[in-house]
Ligand binder design. Structure first.
Ligand code: ADP
Length: 366
């Protein structure tokens, strides 16, 4: 109670006791005592007279607001103008009760406490809704990514098969069985590639779906899987590959996402190899560093000219007519790395080769 008058204090107490309210109270009559009471007494409700010799209700209200206190504040005062009462309510008071009508006080206290509780739970619900909304947005982005990457990996071999079917029809008319046999072989290769991609997707979705499952990464196994699924890609047999995994602290992340990133980068290094080079290669080097992993994927392929480098991560962008892809691979890589709080750096020279540097922070063990 912010009150300087003993008699008024007694009147307030009596009004509450009449309604059988159980309470303990502390009366203060200046700024310092009020502040002190907020810290030590920790009131459930503040009843404040308007004007005291050294203090007033507006000041008390301001102190409560500065401290962002969630405690009902009721003005208990003698006659005040309606304007003044309204301005107090606007400033954040919960209610005002005239000293000439103290029988209303118990109800005003109950109501203010309930009102605060209601607002509090409303805020909590809003916060929960906001969090759920954020989660949904993330999941939506994730689903988009999954749809892109699935269609990206399935379309290229499907289009090749379609082209080969058309060519075969033509050769069938010509009764050219030798050419037909060759096309069937090629179709078999494409279908094998398709099957591998599907297996990879199925295996991954079985393992972790869209969830952020975290596991310790065995890089030898990761690269083995990747080369398994790239078996049928054009150029795979011509290109030598060197994998170096430097030892260091264990690394944890979502293996599905990591696989997606590396699969796209390694398959590009193979797809965009330079047939004019004597020894085309792709080198993969993994550095286990404190708190993160650094992976370097280097090739001596056709390279990307400087002016196109800033665009290769854009969705549907292809930097060469050699690409029969959808221009989604590097976009998927970038989005996936963002999801993993990682980063990617491109270094390339046309005619010389390309190096991608990927950094990913390690996750907490799940
Ligand atoms: P896609 O391969 O389907 O065209 P990507 O998003 O994977 O799409 O790559 C975008 C473009 O970047 C490719 O079209 C290609 O021109 C270029 N690119 C990507 N990786 C390499 C690489 N290792 N060497 C040369 N060019 C590359």
């Amino acid at each position: 109670m912010v009150e300087d008058d003993e008699e008024d204090t007694w009147l307030v107490e009596s009004a509450l006791q009449r309604e059988k309210m159980a309470f303990t109270r502390l009366r203060v009559d200046n700024r310092d005592k009020f502040k002190d009471a907020l810290d030590t007494f920790k009131p459930d409700v503040i009843l404040s007279d308007h004007s005291l010799p050294q203090f007033d209700s507006i000041e008390a209200l301001e102190i409560c607001q500065e401290r962002q206190m969630d405690v009902p504040f009721i003005l208990v005062t003698g006659a005040v103008s309606e304007e003044f009462a309204v301005s107090c309510l606007k400033k954040g008071a919960d209610d005002y009760v005239l000293k000439s009508n103290l029988s209303r006080l118990p109800l005003a206290i109950d109501y203010s406490i309930l009102q605060r509780m209601y607002k509090h739970s409303q805020k909590e619900q809003e916060e929960t809704l906001r969090k759920q909304n954020e989660e949904l947005k993330k999941l939506n982005k994730e689903l988009d990514l999954l749809a892109y990457s699935t269609s990206h990996n399935l379309r290229a071999p499907l289009r090749s098969v379609l082209g080969l079917v058309n060519l075969s029809k033509h050769e069938l008319e010509q009764q050219n069985t030798a050419a037909l046999a060759q096309y069937f072989d090629l179709m078999e290769t494409c279908i094998g590639q398709l099957d591998n991609t599907l297996k990879l997707i199925l295996e991954n979705s079985k393992r972790s779906g869209l969830e952020d499952e975290v596991e310790e990464i065995d890089f030898s196994k990761v690269f083995e899987d990747i080369f398994g699924s790239l078996k049928f890609i054009h150029g795979e047999h011509t290109i030598s590959r060197v994998t170096t995994v430097h030892p260091g602290p264990s690394f944890y992340c979502n293996s599905l996402r990591l696989g997606l990133v590396l699969l796209n980068l390694v398959s590009n290094a193979i797809k965009y190899y330079d047939p004019l080079k004597k020894c085309p290669y792709v080198k993969m080097e993994v550095f286990h560093e404190q708190g993160q992993i650094r992976i370097i994927i280097e090739d001596n392929g056709i390279g990307i000219s400087e002016e196109l480098q800033s665009r290769v991560f854009d969705r549907f962008y292809r930097a060469t007519e050699k690409s029969d892809g959808s221009g989604l691979g590097l976009h998927i890589v970038k989005e996936t790395l963002e999801r993993m709080n990682g980063s990617i750096l491109l270094n390339s020279k046309k005619g010389i080769g390309t190096t991608f540097t990927v950094k990913i922070p390690t996750c907490e063990k799940s």
